[in-house]
Write a new protein. Sequence first.
Length: 114
Amino acid sequence: QLQACGGGLVQAGGSLRLSCANSGSTFFSVAMGWFRQAPGKEREWVASITRPGNQLYADSVKGRFTVSGDNTKNTVYLQMDRLKPEDSAVYYCIGDRIGSPRVWGQGTLVTVSS
């Protein structure tokens, strides 16, 4: 239902923009956002945008990543600037709504070379 795209290989200092489209009819009334998981590490939260439009970020990406959403399309984006090798991971989009389990999209791989 959630389909992420936009990953790829980029050099350190570069930028990528991830997109996550909702192909179903579910409206995520609470928030949409992103998690990531690097090899051998726990999955970690990256950023979220709530329905009122509040943007929330993990400390590790604050000031470099920007999360945004399009309510009319029920999509979420992640603009990633000044990428670092430690940002390399599979990135997953998520959708939250009241009273229902979190919905996870399939991942998109981001690789940042040094």
